[in-house]
Design a binder for this molecule. Structure first.
Ligand SMILES: Cc1cc2nc3c(=O)[nH]c(=O)nc-3n(C[C@H](O)[C@H](O)[C@H](O)COP(=O)(O)O)c2cc1C
Length: 164
C-alpha cells in the first residue's frame, strides 16, 4: 500500500478478535515509535507494554474498558521529564511517535485505538503501576486484530483547512 493510502485508510479500532500479536511485530511497533522525529533529537518518549491481567488492571480507570479488555496488548506512552527540554515540542514529538506506531500497526493489518480519556485517572494509574516519578503518562494504545472492517473515516474538506 502506498503511504498516503495507508494514512487515509487507518481507523481507530475498538473491537478486536482474540488473537495474539507476534513478539516481532510488537517489537517493530515500538521500533516505529522509536524512529519518530523530536526536537534536538531528545526522544522524550518511553513505553510500557501490558497484556493479560496486567492490562486488565487499567479497565477500571476508563469509560473505554471494553477496548482495553478486548485488546491483546496495551502500550502506555510516557513523557520522560528528565529528557524534556520544551513541553510543547516534546508533546508534539510524542504525537509523532504515536502516529508512527499507529501507521505501522495498520500496515500489519492490525488495529489500534489511541485512548486519551483514561488520562483523567492518571494519578490513580500511577499508584497502581508504580512507574518512576520522572515518567508522565501521555497516551494509552490498545492494540489487536480488528474484529471487523471499519467504516470510512470522516474529515473536514481541505478547503476549510488551508488558510490564506
Ligand atoms: C489525543 C487523542 C485522544 C483520543 N482519545 C480517545 C478515547 O479516549 N477513546 C476513544 O475511543 N478514542 C479516542 N481517540 C480516537 C479518536 O476518537 C479518533 O482518532 C477520531 O474520532 C478519528 O477517527 P479515526 O482515528 O478512526 O480516523 C483519541 C484520539 C486522539 C488523537
Amino acid at each position: 500500500m502506498n503511504v498516503l493510502n495507508l494514512i487515509v485508510s487507518r481507523r481507530s479500532i475498538r473491537k478486536f478478535k482474540k488473537a495474539a500479536i507476534a513478539p516481532k511485530i510488537l517489537e517493530n511497533i515500538l521500533e516505529a515509535g522509536r524512529w519518530a522525529p523530536s526536537g534536538l533529537n531528545n526522544q522524550p518518549w518511553r513505553f510500557m507494554v501490558l497484556s493479560g491481567k496486567g492490562k486488565d488492571i487499567l479497565t477500571k480507570f476508563t469509560h473505554y474498558s471494553y477496548v482495553i479488555k478486548g485488546a491483546d496488548k496495551i502500550i502506555l506512552v510516557f513523557l520522560d521529564k528528565k529528557s524534556s527540554y520544551n513541553l510543547e515540542k516534546d508533546l508534539m514529538a510524542i504525537g509523532a511517535c504515536i502516529q508512527n506506531m499507529l501507521l505501522y500497526i495498520h500496515s500489519q493489518k492490525l488495529g489500534a485505538c489511541w485512548l486519551g480519556e483514561i488520562l483523567n485517572q492518571r494519578a490513580e494509574i500511577k499508584k497502581v503501576l508504580k512507574f518512576s516519578k520522572t515518567l508522565e503518562l501521555k497516551a494509552v494504545l490498545a492494540i489487536g486484530e480488528p474484529f471487523s472492517q471499519p467504516k470510512k473515516g470522516k474529515r473536514k474538506k481541505l478547503e476549510r483547512l488551508v488558510v490564506n
